[in-house]
Write a protein that binds this ligand. Sequence first.
Ligand SMILES: [Zn+2]
Length: 279
Amino acid sequence: MRRNSVRIGLSAAGLLMTFLATSSYAAKSSRSSGDDGSPITVVIDAGHGGHDRGGIPGQRVAEKDMTLDVALRLRNILSANGYNVVMTRSADVFVPLGGRVAVANSYRNAVFVCIHFNATPRSGASGIETYFYSRDSLPLASAIHYYVAGGAPSENRGVRRRGFFVLRKTNIPAVLVECGYLTNPSEAAYAQTASYRQRLAEEIAAGVRRRNAVGSGFGTTRVATAESIPLQPYMDQTKVTSSKKSRSKRSHKKSARKKKSSSKGSGSEASAGSSGREG
Ligand SMILES: [Zn+2]
């Protein structure tokens, strides 16, 4: 008898704990409002558009169409979840990078999510990458990458820190997600199916919703549970210039010579950025 009542007492406590845990989780993830209770704005940036197809010359699947479709799906999901959503473009038009940044910077209590797909002449390359620049953006990058890389059948190429124009110039947390390689036959095939693009949008939305659930510290002993997303380790690529990155063995001499003239790092990067060809 006594044992029974203890057991009942314990299970009641267990229930209470579960209830408390659940309700605090619910409170933490009241996702559509910010600290001051006002709605969070998500500025969604579909990469490229108009005369800028994205990708590399001769690429069969136009990046600009895939990014726009995922962006519109993401808009629908987030709007349905109570977010205030702003699109830098919602049609096949060219918007300069400065214009995209200006839209993002005109909102407070907002986050900026840029959607891209990757491309390279090496068709074997594949995988998901997520970029950020400011430290404030790392939790959002971690959360989005956790879901997108986890939900896609692609290689996890990790979170990377890099000074893309749209990430460097924004004043709000900003993330650029590369949703796979359109130059890779199987990733391009996936990207061309509506159900897969919907899946990508849902995973990105999950990352936006859970952006505050990212645990701190690397290689942490903290166990990842449904309530904590491990902070993703990242590669710092801010010191890598684009000329160094794209240098192949064959063009080694040529780019080494070129490097001299373009060694004023940030200047050449900024101009590359404002031309709208990056990412
Ligand atoms: Zn792109």
